[in-house]
Design a protein around this ligand. Structure first.
Ligand code: ZN
Length: 190
């Protein structure tokens, strides 16, 4: 993989890879796809490095890590949500001023019609054969934005619920409640 990375000339892309790899562990094809999706979102929505964005990933696999590192949109700061439909797709929007309830965002997906032109990438994507990441990443590099589709969509900004802390009547531990429940999630499921 180091040999592949060495051939990348774009300093911006290189610096992104250098930041994502230690966080994710290695340059997985999915992490690289996350980087490419981030760059498409950045270009189309026109945000700067360090600007607050909100991301919904449609898979837990790899892609969230690129956005967590490059955009600082993390699970812990509520910048990252996972809506696991098992799709290699993300929805991204910029932060809106307080009180604004909707905005425009972008949904980007890895398009299986477009990946067909890259046999190794397509086989990896469709899981029809075991393709090592070392063979997928070069095809992603070659393809660039050409294997993605994106559309501008309307996004409803969720209203932040009032935080209400209760003591669970079952276990006695405190928990954040969103309604009139008296038991925590653990005791409700038990
Ligand atoms: Zn409890």
């Amino acid at each position: 993989m180091d040999e592949i990375i060495k051939q990348i000339k774009d300093p911006e892309l290189l610096s992104q890879i250098e930041r994502v790899v230690p966080f994710h562990g290695y340059l997985a094809a999915g992490a690289f796809i996350g980087i490419q999706m981030f760059n498409i979102a950045k270009r189309v929505l026109g945000f700067q490095d360090g600007e607050r964005i909100y991301v919904t990933c449609e898979t837990y696999n790899c892609i969230p890590d690129a956005f967590q590192v490059l955009a600082g949109a993390t699970i812990g700061n509520n910048g990252m949500r996972i809506n696991d439909t098992g799709k290699m797709a993300v929805v991204v929007n910029k932060q809106v001023p307080m009180g604004v309830t909707s905005t425009r965002g972008i949904r980007i997906s890895l398009d299986p019609v477009k990946t067909k032109r890259y046999p190794k990438l397509h086989a990896w994507y469709m899981n029809t054969e075991k393709v090592p990441h070392e063979e997928v990443v070069p095809e992603l590099l070659k393809a660039g934005d050409g294997v993605y589709s994106h559309e501008i969509i309307d996004i409803v900004i969720p209203v932040k619920p009032v935080k209400c802390v209760k003591m669970c009547e079952g276990c006695g531990e405190s928990f954040v409640s969103h309604g009139d429940e008296v038991l925590c999630g653990t005791c409700t499921d038990a």
